[in-house]
Design a protein around this ligand. Structure first.
Ligand SMILES: Cc1ncc(COP(=O)(O)O)c(C=O)c1O
Length: 463
């Protein structure tokens, strides 16, 4: 079968998938062992290959058994955005082109599209237009990249070259985080060799926001190189650290401020919401995701840095065989990855398709749907909304009981109308609802709220 025929077969398979997706339960009803058997686990690696069309048809049929309708309108788990059709289409082309986006010399188009997408992103998010931008796998890696740039910068200020001399014997770095910092900030600290034991942890309030007065106290107690990590959008509540106060205090103290804004940074595009990100522009680096709220396919994270020289110094290397350009963008100089996918194409396509007004609409609509969900649920006796719904996240508790709340989550998951997960918020169990998908309608929220309330009203069998 020709390459073209095979790809047109894939178009049919994709249409069939979309056709079934919203009718099927959002989470598949299959056990891990059934899935293993379906994929042929335990069978030896085949000696002889199989026809490509058969492989693809078989893969689609088998994978289908265990796929979650994450691109669908009623998936509210974690913070998972669906994929805009234009972004999926651009992603398909990215695969067809299969560019190694590391160097301008390996793919001029990948390099220049990143340049354009980067400049649009900075404009959209209200960040300095001179900031450097890297396209990475996700916000976790963006946090890592930002902290590597921070480590370079604060140690350079102290007369230490960390890229050459490593951390042995280096001046100690103060690391200040809010108690609610995302776990990937901890992973990033491990990876940059700073560890997590010496974190100076700043208390947070009932919504998970860093208490600015406590941060000031902590900053005053620090001498020498200092990195502060603040958060735009708590993974549970959607709350924002007080960025204006944190930004001013960090500047005054000469500390590097990194903002983890995996989804929250996108609030900057909306007049209704941008007060939440006010002060973000004072930071030195910002991490966010394309694959969450911009609704481009996995994987796509973005690191932006107000000090391009520090960002580049932390990431770049050189070798005789590399054709590095002194005029054009070599994308690998801004990311930990060397060879990589042309992620700029999907971001460019999404931004060009939506325009500023479309991105604003996507963000504002998601927040309106989150408020709608909270309003539909809070009318029911025994239902409590634990957070101020300032963004797209809703935390729900039932009958003031951990067991009952976990039971409701399980029954909703089994029902299949929608999917959402649980969390523990300030020591109590809660249901998490994250509305991050362009296609979620008011009707989807109504249907999902009905399913949640059915699960909450269902008689509970006592064993
Ligand atoms: C605040 C925050 N930071 C970082 C991350 C990690 O992002 P990713 O999963 O894209 O690496 C998340 C994921 O939900 C998040 O909410």
């Amino acid at each position: 079968m020709s390459q073209e025929k095979l790809l047109s077969k894939v178009v049919d398979l994709a249409s069939a998938y979309y056709g079934r997706r919203d009718a099927a339960p959002v989470f598949p009803r299959i056990t891990p062992d059934q899935l293993r058997r379906a994929f042929g686990a335990g069978s030896p690696m085949p000696e002889q290959g199989q026809d490509a069309e058969e492989v693809i048809a078989g893969l689609a049929e088998t994978a289908q058994l265990g796929l979650v309708a994450q691109t669908g309108p009623r998936y509210f788990g974690f913070v998972i955005g669906g994929s805009l059709p234009v972004a999926t289409a651009a992603d398909w082309l990215t695969s067809v082109w299969d560019q190694n986006a590391g160097l301008y010399a390996s793919s001029p188009a990948s390099s220049v599209v990143e340049e354009v997408a980067a400049s649009w992103l900075l404009e959209l998010l209200g960040l300095p237009r001179t900031a450097s931008v890297g396209f990475v796998t996700g916000c976790g890696t963006a946090n890592f990249t930002g902290l590597a740039a921070a480590r370079h910068y604060v140690l350079r200020q102290a007369g230490w070259d960390v890229e050459l001399d490593g951390l042995n014997g280096a001046p100690p770095i103060n690391i200040i985080l809010g108690q609610e910092a995302h776990v990937t900030v901890h992973t990033a600290l491990r990876m940059v060799g700073l560890g997590t034991r010496s974190i100076k942890s700043v208390p947070t309030d009932a919504q998970g926001r860093m208490v600015a007065a406590e941060l000031l106290k902590t900053l005053r107690s620090c001498k020498g190189p200092t990195i502060v990590v603040a958060q735009a959008g708590n993974v549970n509540t959607g709350a924002f650290d007080p960025l204006q106060e944190i930004g001013s205090a960090a500047r005054e103290a000469g500390a590097w401020l990194h903002v983890d804004g995996a989804f929250g940074l996108w609030a900057a595009v909306s007049d209704q919401l941008k007060h939440l990100t006010s002060g973000a522009e004072l930071a030195d680096s910002w991490a966010t995701d394309g694959h969450k709220w911009l609704n481009v396919p996995y994987d796509c994270g973005i690191i932006m840095c107000a000090h391009p020289e520090a960002h580049r110094a932390a990431m770049t290397v050189t070798a005789a065989y590399l054709v590095q350009s002194d005029k054009e963008r070599d994308p690998f100089e801004w990311t930990p990855e060397f060879s990589r996918r042309g992620r700029g194409f999907t971001v460019y396509a999404a931004l060009k398709h939506l325009g500023r007004s479309g991105v604003r609409d996507l963000i504002e609509r998601s927040c309106a749907r989150a408020r709608q969900m909270a309003d539909l649920l809070r009318r029911e006796p025994g239902v409590e909304i634990l957070n101020d719904v300032v963004l797209n996240q809703v935390l729900v508790r039932f009958n003031n009981s951990d067991d009952f709340t976990r039971g409701v989550i399980e029954r909703v998951q089994q029902d299949g109308t929608c999917w959402l997960g649980g969390t523990t918020w300030h020591k109590v169990a809660a249901m998490r609802v994250s509305v991050s998908n362009w296609s979620t309608t008011e009707r989807d929220i109504e249907l999902s709220a009905q399913a949640i309330l059915r699960a909450a009203r269902a008689p509970v069998t006592v064993p």
